[in-house]
Design a protein around this ligand. Structure first.
Ligand code: NI
Length: 202
């Protein structure tokens, strides 16, 4: 068990195409996935990709939580390890939401992405798995798999005015005032914002 250092925006490893994992059942891969889980628990995150812990491999770890998946069973194993995931995006509809990234601390930004996708991946036993998903999980998977192709969420943004500091969440606060539903962690930024009463059009 080990908590890994997280690469920050600007580090070259975050802009590389990560390597395919040759053997998903390799014990070193399982060990890396465990370290990624420990790191996520330590920082309180939902998902992380191997390049973020300085391993240029196509490996993602995320946890399915009740706040993300409405029908997630409380006692279900929340951890999912994706080896060599491939996403097929359905861009008939897009979903716009606020994102944060462990490699970009202190900021959040608004990103539009396809709202549904089909993912194929291998698990640590080498089984091939296919998953159809929509909504918040589809967004999370696109964010994490983008890390495998050297893409960070600001590179997906079309309106850079919606990139803001966590300490000054003006556009995010306006979205919430307008009735947009956001994750509790984002709501918390707005609740803690001293400018809330001064600037918001209620
Ligand atoms: Ni990220």
């Amino acid at each position: 068990m080990a908590i890994r250092e997280i690469a920050q925006m600007g580090n070259p490893i975050l802009y590389r195409m990560a390597e395919t994992v040759a053997d998903p059942t390799d014990r070193e891969i399982a060990r890396l996935a465990e370290d990624m889980k420990d790191t996520l628990v330590h920082v309180g995150g939902s998902g992380i990709a191997a390049p973020q812990v300085y391993e240029s491999l196509r490996l993602v770890v995320y946890r399915v939580s009740a706040r993300l998946i409405n029908n997630a069973a409380e006692d279900a194993d929340p951890w999912v390890v994706l080896v060599n995931p491939v996403l097929k995006l359905n861009d008939a509809e897009t979903l716009t939401g606020w994102e944060r990234c462990l490699s970009i601390p202190g900021l959040h930004g608004k990103v539009s992405r396809p709202s549904s996708l089909t993912m194929t991946y291998q698990n640590l036993n080498g089984d091939e798995i296919t998953l159809d998903t929509t909504g918040a999980l589809a967004t999370l998977l696109q964010h994490e798999c983008d890390h495998l192709d050297g893409v960070l969420y600001p590179m997906r943004m079309t309106d850079m005015s919606k990139l803001e500091f966590n300490a000054e969440p003006g556009h995010l606060a306006q979205d919430i005032a307008d009735g947009v539903k956001v994750w509790p962690v984002l709501q918390g930024l707005v609740d803690a914002w001293p400018g809330r009463d001064r600037w918001l059009d209620e």
